[in-house]
Ligand binder design. Structure first.
Ligand SMILES: [Zn+2]
Length: 344
């Protein structure tokens, strides 16, 4: 099969022919129709993660099952599928209590610890393939359907984790990125009272406003906390969702929170940041991490799109041979919303 290979840390992806994957016991193989290309994938391309080379990246797939290995009963040839991003055990305490992103036997990620979707075919443990519900036009819109399993599912989880209600003001840091735009969309879907986009690139604000933001704050102008306090009449925001997670964004988010505020930490490289303990106590502020989504949240997200409640925003679709060009644009922060590779 043809595949885009990453052969070393931070080198261009190259098109090569590699052996077709053959499913072993408990595995299945799907033909890939499309695969999302976002920052999570780009961290691997850019060499910021330790992975074994050569590697086929990508996890946000739309595919069609073409072969199943011994013992696989839940999938059959012809089933339309997407992928669950995490390689989890399915039987530990966290897996059994519907918090499987905390799996004690975590095996890594599709497209990092095992080959992903930047290829004609993808082989995964059968339990990592998730059947698409009826009502999704997966043949006609494979790029949009493919990104649901992360770009929609991750925000859906955040809404639940941060308990967003219709009386909440929500600010999204890194709002112009692939997850950020969908976070705005899902916060709007959740009927948040006010949704505020925070981003350092003003060129992305139009898309943010269309996706569901009521207002945009230009982080490049500084004084983000002050701008957020002004937008809320001094009351402060109820939920800050930070996809950037530098000390600067996290501390600004913390200062902008009002009483009962919740700060959700999702991205970045693990920088330490400072919070005021007195302020946290007086306002009963909560700080929480949120990792990806559970399988049920992916299924719920597929269902949301199938019912027409939300629709993923894929702004750039290119033939999969052009993966490297898309990653150059991801690297420069030039992609608003999600990009996707399409098999032709
Ligand atoms: Zn587990």
């Amino acid at each position: 099969m043809k595949a885009m290979l990453l052969k070393a840390a931070n080198v261009p992806l190259v098109l090569e022919t590699v052996p077709d994957p053959v499913p072993g016991p408990g595995e299945a193989v799907a033909k890939v129709l499309a695969c999302g290309a976002g920052l999570t994938v780009h961290h691997a391309r850019a060499g910021r993660l330790s992975i074994q080379y050569p590697r086929i990246l990508g996890h946000e797939i739309t595919g069609e099952i073409v072969a199943t290995g011994p013992g696989v009963t839940e999938l059959k040839t012809g089933d339309p599928v997407t992928a669950y991003f995490y390689l989890t055990c399915g039987h530990c305490y966290w897996c059994r209590t519907n918090r499987e992103t905390l799996c004690d036997n975590f095996g890594g990620y599709v497209g990092r610890e095992t080959d992903g979707g930047y290829a004609e075919y993808i082989k995964l443990p059968a339990r990592n393939f998730m059947k698409l519900p009826p009502g999704l036009d997966w043949r006609g819109q494979p790029a949009e359907v493919g990104v649901i399993c992360d770009a929609i599912a991750t925000p859906v989880k955040v809404i639940r984790r941060a308990r967003v209600t219709p009386s909440d003001t929500v600010a999204v840091f890194g709002a112009g990125g692939g997850l950020g735009v969908h976070m705005l969309m899902i916060a709007r879907w959740a009927r948040a009272r006010q949704v505020i986009a925070v981003d350092a690139m003003a060129s992305k604000f139009e898309t943010c406003l269309k996706a569901g933001a009521d207002a945009a704050v230009n982080a490049a102008e500084g004084k983000v906390a002050e701008q957020l306090l002004e937008l809320t009449g001094g009351k402060g925001i109820d939920v800050a969702i930070d996809f950037v997670c530098t000390a600067g964004t996290l501390e600004a988010a913390g200062r902008a929170l009002g009483k009962g505020g919740r700060l959700v930490v999702l991205g970045g490289h693990g920088q330490p940041f400072r919070v005021d303990a007195g302020n946290t106590l007086r306002k009963e502020i909560e700080i929480m991490g949120s990792r990806y989504a559970t399988r049920q949240e992916v299924l719920d997200s597929l269902d949301l799109v199938a019912r027409g409640e939300v629709w993923p925003l894929v702004t750039e679709k290119v033939p999969f041979e052009q993966a490297e060009a898309i990653h150059q644009r991801l690297d420069a922060g030039l992609i608003t919303g999600r990009a996707a590779l399409v098999m032709i």
